[in-house]
Design a protein around this ligand. Structure first.
Ligand SMILES: [Zn+2]
Length: 134
């Protein structure tokens, strides 16, 4: 994904759109969006109305390049499903998000490994963003 500023405004939902709706609209368009506070410049994720660092409501949407490093990884084993991994990834823009790494052996899930985000949103309970090892 190319680093670019997301379209001005909250797209098709109008000015009263919730941050979650704007984020999901980005996923529908294949974009991983996050917010940046224009007052303190901190990256904000999951989407919010107010900056958690300074309380400002001046948050602008930006598109992530999708490049990140694994901060943590775990394998979930359940009798109700095949094992799957859950990871926390630190994105290059300075925010952390949860996801899963696709098609990977457990032993390759090493903290610090570099990954690239891929939007895989289907509107169901599956992870909306999948990471691939790079
Ligand atoms: Zn702030």
């Amino acid at each position: 994904m190319k680093m670019e500023k997301a379209a001005e405004g909250p797209s098709a939902f109008g000015s009263r759109a919730s941050p979650k709706n704007v984020w999901e609209d980005g996923l529908r368009r294949g974009k991983l969006l996050y917010q940046r506070c224009t007052r303190c410049e901190c990256a904000v994720f999951f989407p919010r109305v107010l900056c958690p660092a300074c309380g400002s409501d001046q948050l602008e949407w930006q598109e992530s390049c999708g490049c990140g490093t694994l901060y943590a990884a775990t394998i979930v084993r359940s009798s109700r499903s095949d094992p799957y991994n859950v990871v926390l990834v630190d994105l290059a823009e300075g925010f952390r998000m949860m996801g899963t790494v696709a098609d990977v052996r457990d032993r390759d899930l090493v903290v610090g490994a570099t990954v690239t985000a891929r939007v895989a949103w289907r509107g169901d309970n599956a992870p909306p963003v999948v990471f691939d090892l790079t």
